[in-house]
Design a protein. Structure first.
Length: 169
């Protein structure tokens, strides 16, 4: 492993985290659909393993929870889900096929909507499950389209693992 590799991974993560936080705070109605840090954690775990992905997921989740104003550990727990999925598909199938990567991101975002709804109902912030029809799903569709278009570039941002192979498209 090169000395600059952890620094590069950390800088990519910090950039994704700050951009994610900016979107969350600036456009609250679009916050459920745009989750750059989710994509970063998913690709990082698939290429680097669950230990590194889990570490970044916990640090980023705690950071976003501190600024989001939501439930205290929501992002911390949510970002462990892509770590689990990325660990299951360590065969690099997820990063080789941009359709599968996009569907995974879309599924995780929909799960995030349902988890936020259930959490809000349990805490008494909302009283009806019909709130799910008021969610802005357009942001999820737009973000999934962007992920599909830029998936190869996002994967290539991650430095290759030592002894690992670079995927082809």
């Amino acid at each position: 492993m090169k000395v600059t590799e952890p620094i590069r991974l950390a800088l990519i993560g910090i950039f994704a985290l700050l951009l994610q936080l900016t979107i969350m705070l600036s456009y609250p109605e679009w916050r459920v659909g745009f989750d750059l840090y989710l994509v970063y954690i998913l690709i990082l775990t698939t290429t680097r393993g669950p230990a590194m992905g889990g570490t970044y997921a916990m640090l980023g989740g705690l950071f976003l929870d501190a600024f989001s104003g939501q439930h205290l550990v929501f992002h911390l727990l949510f970002y462990l889900l892509p770590v689990g999925i990325g660990s299951l598909v360590r065969s690099h199938m997820l990063i080789e096929f941009k359709s599968l990567g996009t569907l995974t991101v879309g599924g995780l975002l929909l799960f995030k909507v349902v988890a936020e709804l259930v959490g809000a109902m349990l805490l008494g912030h909302i009283d009806s499950a019909f709130y799910i029809f008021r969610v802005n799903y357009l942001s999820i569709l737009l973000f999934c389209g962007l992920v599909y278009l830029f998936w190869p570039a996002l994967v290539n941002l991650m430095p290759p693992a030592q002894g690992g192979r670079r995927v082809g498209y």
